[in-house]
Design a protein around this ligand. Structure first.
Ligand code: NOJ
Length: 736
């Protein structure tokens, strides 16, 4: 546990990971923005216009060690800035850690693990001399279940994403690297991402898509990456409405906005729209041509199309972010080369975090007759290509753009080189040897071969998966976005064939997002379904920890698993996207009374928990937030206005962790979703032990965006505390 100043509210048998309340002392980067700006202002005075332009213009694609680089300014000791992907580890390095993907980190609901992951990400980046690490990801947010890059982010709920962003950013920046919250904003699919326009109404923008970026700004994020798409017809990277007005003015963002790679389209439009840095600085596909800033920006200043003050502002923001995290003091210089991958052992003991996350992010969906945890079975059949490392090697395809073995991360710029990858079969074999269990295998996806391996085994474990990634790579017909919500390689047929011959069939699923489980979920021979997510390099070890009961499963779904794809009500679109509403994921299922297969927040355990003793104290005043402008919005938005507590007891037979969740129902006048996540804790409880879940509600958590401001509506708010979005155990109310 890191040092929080709040007292632990639970007994010694309990460790506590809660969504941090707003009254925590801020644990920001090394100095304040004000001090960073003072230094930046002094430095600015020593720079020529050409220095300034060099600081805000990338040197060009593959023109430097990192995926993005800028020019040094020797008069102020400012280096060539190194910007490098990505959100789950350092890209293009052998020997950096492949952490659990964002979506898997989210499914732990464990802010201490998420925070530690952020710290370790930052430490590795710093050791390598990376100034800006291109993550974490708050967009896409999972509006579309087949969206190719959902796995880079933290799930389909803005509150959960916001907390994970805050913890990751603070961890990274305290370690010394600048974080980059991306992709801003409304980029929810890969198809046509560079041309489509998202028409997001103001309320929906604020209550869903902008929300986690506000948390990022409040956490002190150094940089934000604008996305490829247009918003209301104007490209994100030159959209004054979303950069100048929303991000810089309304949210009070003090850092700089960089373009996604090649997402800049004009010289003056982008400068005046609020862009502060162009990346990579030249046309992606034509490094020699189409340089929109550099000399062109200098000319635009000379001709008065861009004010000198605007360029000064770009530079000040960029320098301030560099000072903010202390990179002016002896920061390492990058020596690696992205274009010629070399060996750097920077992983340290970070694999412990990966294993814990691999383990604690696993969501147990079905477990009939307590078949799990396994108890030294005599024989096990291990089936499916997802049970082994790809025959050509874990890193065989560029940016992990193939799906030939066990799936542990998706593909694209958010992927890394695995330092090693423990596949399920590797770890199961190790355990089997200790237990004297015989293993038979069929490590392809052939249904007949799988069935013959399974037929005489006591237990059959079938591994299936579903992959996706960034649209510049197409894998087996999936152009970034997934073609559908079925497992790859006819996984449903594989499961059915095995279950037809083995009465103890266990399905293990590695997936970037939801799948339709209907073909086998009610099959009585499918006795267990283990949602193993996207766990990173320690995949097999984390899985075995759960399969054999070294730990009780404690992951909860960060999205809904539907019975049929149409239940989500969203899909990848071919043209512009005008279909935005407040009802994504569970908000829609609740509103339309659609029964999901497994709801948002769901996950089984090997033990059981009882909930009681709900308390609700405090209530906000009705009306708008009126606080002074502060990072993230008016200061009072982040003040605690009510506190909910509940007593959670481990009433089962083994130790385990529970994730009590708080959902709020707004007064009818708010026209809000029936329930919205507004708090969660993670409590580790010994057998018979009790702990207190404490949920601090900020003013923002009870506000709606109305008439251009955050307003707490008057009326009755429903308070729902439970083990998922539908398993409500305690109810109360807050009257405003
Ligand atoms: C494009 C991706 O959208 C972005 O996430 C990434 O950081 C850049 N490429 C650089 O690789």
């Amino acid at each position: 546990m890191r040092g929080l100043s709040i007292p632990l509210l639970v007994s010694a048998a309990v460790t506590r990971a809660s969504a941090l309340p707003s009254d925590q002392p801020s644990r920001r980067a090394t100095i304040s923005w004000d001090d960073a700006y003072a230094k930046a202002t002094t430095a600015l005075a020593k720079l020529s216009l050409s220095d300034k332009v060099g600081i805000v213009t990338g040197t060009g694609w593959q023109a430097g060690n990192c995926v993005g680089n800028t020019k040094a300014a020797s008069s102020i000791g400012y280096p060539s800035l190194c910007l490098q992907d990505g959100p789950l580890g350092v890209r293009y390095i052998n020997g950096a850690t492949s952490f659990a993907a964002g979506i898997h980190a989210a499914s732990t609901w464990d802010i201490d693990l998420i925070r530690e992951r952020g710290t370790f990400l930052g430490q590795e980046a710093k050791q390598l001399g990376i100034h800006v690490q291109l993550g974490p990801v708050a967009g896409p947010m999972g509006k579309i279940p087949t969206g190719g890059r959902n796995w880079e982010g933290f799930g389909a709920d803005p509150y959960l994403v916001g907390i994970a962003m805050r913890e990751t950013i603070q961890g990274m920046q305290e370690a010394g690297v600048q974080a980059c919250a991306k992709h801003y904003i409304g980029n929810e699919q890969e198809k046509n991402r560079e041309s489509m326009s998202s028409a997001i109404p103001d309320r929906i923008m604020h209550e869903l898509y902008l929300w986690p970026f506000a948390d990022s700004v409040q956490a002190g994020v150094a940089s934000v990456m604008c996305s490829y798409n247009k918003i209301n017809g104007t490209y994100a990277c030159e959209n004054g409405g979303i950069i100048n007005k929303l991000l810089k003015d309304e949210l009070g963002f003090k850092g700089y906005v960089m373009s996604d790679w090649n997402a800049q389209h004009t010289t003056t439009g982008s400068a005046n729209g609020g862009l502060d840095m162009t990346m990579p600085g030249s046309d992606f596909n034509n490094p020699k041509g189409n340089i929109l800033w550099g000399a062109a920006l200098q000319s635009a200043v000379s001709s008065g199309q861009v004010q000198q003050s605007r360029v000064d502002d770009m530079v000040k923001r960029t320098l301030a972010a560099w000072y903010l995290v202390g990179q002016d003091k002896g920061y390492p210089t990058a020596t690696f080369n992205s274009w010629k991958i070399g060996n750097y052992n920077v992983g340290g003991n970070h694999k412990d975090n990966v294993r814990k996350m691999a383990r604690d992010g696993i969501v147990l969906l079905k477990n009939i007759g307590n078949v799990l945890p396994l108890k030294k079975p005599k024989s096990i059949a291990v089936i499916g290509s997802d049970s082994i490392v790809a025959p050509k090697g874990a890193n065989a395809c560029v940016d992990r753009g193939c799906n030939d073995g066990t799936l542990a991360v998706g593909w694209g710029s958010g992927a890394i080189e695995f330092p090693y990858l423990i596949a399920p079969l590797d770890a199961i074999k190790t355990q089997a040897q200790k237990d004297g269990t015989t293993i038979t295998t069929s490590t392809n996806d052939n249904a007949q071969q799988g069935a013959s391996a399974a037929q005489n085994a006591e237990v059959a474990i079938v591994h299936i998966n579903s992959d996706s990634g960034e649209g510049y790579i197409t894998v087996e017909g999936n152009a970034g976005d997934r073609k559908d919500l079925n497992p790859w390689h006819n996984g449903n047929d594989l499961v059915k064939a095995v279950a037809a011959v083995n009465k103890k069939t266990i399905v293990v699923i590695h997936s970037v997002g939801p799948l339709i489980l209907e073909p086998y979920i009610d099959n009585p021979n499918v006795v267990a379904v283990v949602w193993a997510g996207l766990p990173g390099q320690e995949s097999g070890n984390g899985l075995v920890d759960i399969l054999y009961g070294a730990a009780s499963p404690s992951g909860k779904l960060p999205y809904t698993i539907a019975k049929q794809p149409s239940d989500y009500g969203t899909a990848v679109t071919s043209g512009d996207d005008a279909s935005w509403d407040l009802f994504i994921d569970y908000r829609r299922f609740d509103k339309n009374n659609i029964t999901p297969r497994f709801e948002f927040g769901f996950g089984l355990s090997y033990t059981s928990f009882t909930y009681d003793a709900l308390t609700v104290t405090g209530a906000p005043t009705a009306g708008p937030a009126v606080g002074a402008k502060a990072p993230g919005g008016p200061a009072d938005l982040f003040e605690t206005v009510a506190t909910v507590t509940a007593k959670i007891t481990n009433s089962g037979g083994v130790a385990g962790a529970e994730v009590p969740q708080l959902y709020i129902g707004y007064p009818a006048s708010a026209n809000a979703p029936p329930k919205q996540l507004r708090g969660f804790n993670k409590l580790n409880l010994a057998v018979g032990a009790s702990g207190t879940a404490t949920f601090k509600l900020r003013r923002r958590d009870l506000s709606v965006w109305e008439g251009g401001r955050w307003v707490v509506p008057s009326g009755e708010f429903g308070v729902f505390v439970g083990a998922s979005s539908r398993d409500v155990r305690l109810t109360g109310k807050i009257t405003v």
